[in-house]
Design a protein around this ligand. Structure first.
Ligand code: IPM
Ligand code: MN
Length: 358
């Protein structure tokens, strides 16, 4: 043991959450422990008991005191939220979306990368054929909860669910996407994905903002693809995309498709980012109730989320190690699908550690 206080110490909140969340987070923390030992920084972990079990036990979803503590950490590492015995919406809205909104994590960043050796449902066009990133607006759109019922439960019932799109909200997400498109390693191409032929107000606002900001980023090429057509391109020609910017709902949908072309939900990681505040990193796959407690779930998505967390903290060396570890694990695993990996959850974590510390 070396004496003295490490130069860099981060405070990370851990919310293992529901379903397979705790199992995949455990592997992520195993990898974190291994890389921080090598790279020489310290992490103070604070675990939060939030999710379905807590709600069923106490009726609490996200008490204000805990939210206040979460406002003060350097990053949040989240497993999954959702419970079969809890009515849909309570945990999703009360915990996951509340955190995204309260912490103003207005960017939902979802890289879609097919690592060498990973088989997917689409034909391979060689290494690097799938390497795009979806910048999903994460603070407004259909997700604000605006709307309501009239005459609920009667034959004359009306259900209104409105998409809220503010100039401020659209501008900040589009600007983030432009900046990302010109960052190192990207190909300087930004595609707006929307449905401007039908959503003539929200789509028009997005298109105008892209056109206006394009003048500030002459080095970035822009184009536009309708969301339905984007689904076809994801399968047929994913290499046409570099950075995609889209609204909250479209981003939710196309990133599940994105997960499939990168090998499955088991490898898809995401980050909820507030560039000036507290960001939250999570596998995007959910709770996988069928796999709980079996050691069959793929932890790579959670480990990918850890990699994004480390990069966000500025620990580039550690992030690169985790990337190498993920690639090593991918080269060994039979499949990204839960139960078909050829390894247990914990063994996949071990493979990543091996590749990350080599
Ligand atoms: C996701 C999830 C969430 C979303 C749900 C659980 C509220 O599907 O992170 O993609 O719709 O954003
Ligand atoms: Mn989703």
């Amino acid at each position: 043991m070396s004496a003295g206080v490490p130069a860099r110490t981060y405070r990370v909140a851990v919310i293992p959450g529901d379903g397979t969340g705790p199992e995949v987070i455990r592997e992520g923390l195993k990898v974190l422990k291994a890389v921080r030992a090598v790279e020489g920084f310290a992490v103070e972990l604070e675990t939060f008991d939030l999710g379905g079990e807590r709600y069923l036990r106490t009726g609490e979803v996200l008490p204000d005191g805990e939210l206040e503590r979460l406002r003060r950490v350097d990053a949040i590492y989240l497993g999954a939220v959702g419970h079969p015995q809890v009515k849909p919406g309570i945990l999703e809205r009360g915990l996951l979306l509340r955190l995204r909104f309260e912490l103003d994590q207005y960017v939902n960043l979802r890289p879609v990368i097919r690592y060498p050796g990973v088989r997917t449902l689409i034909p391979s066009h060689g290494d690097g054929d799938v390497d795009l990133v979806v910048v999903r607006e994460n603070s407004e759109g259909l997700y604000t909860g605006a709307g309501g019922f009239h005459r609920r439960g009667t034959p004359y019932e009306v259900a209104v669910q409105e998409s809220i799109n503010t100039r401020h909200g659209v501008e900040r997400i589009v600007r983030y996407a432009f900046e990302l498109a010109r960052s190192p390693g990207r190909r300087r191409k930004l595609t707006l994905v929307h449905k401007t032929n039908v959503l003539t107000y929200a789509g028009d606002l997005y298109q105008r903002v892209v056109d206006e900001l394009a003048a500030e980023y002459p080095d970035v090429t822009t184009d536009y693809v309708h969301v339905d057509a984007a689904c076809i391109y994801f399968l047929e020609q994913p290499s046409r995309f570099d950075v995609i910017v889209t609204d909250n709902m479209f981003g939710d949908i196309i990133t599940d498709l994105g997960a499939i072309i990168q090998g499955g939900m088991g490898i898809a990681a995401g980050a909820n980012i507030n560039p000036q505040g507290v960001s939250m990193f999570e596998p995007i796959g959910g709770t996988a109730p069928d796999h709980v407690g079996k050691g069959t779930i793929n932890p790579l998505a959670a480990i990918g989320a850890l990699q994004m967390l480390l990069r966000f903290l500025g620990e580039e060396g550690a992030a690169a190690r985790v990337d190498a570890g993920i690639r090593f694990a991918c080269s060994k695993m039979h499949s990204m699908r839960a139960g078909e990996m050829g390894y247990t959850t914990s063994e996949v974590g071990d493979l990543v550690v091996e590749g990350a510390t080599a």
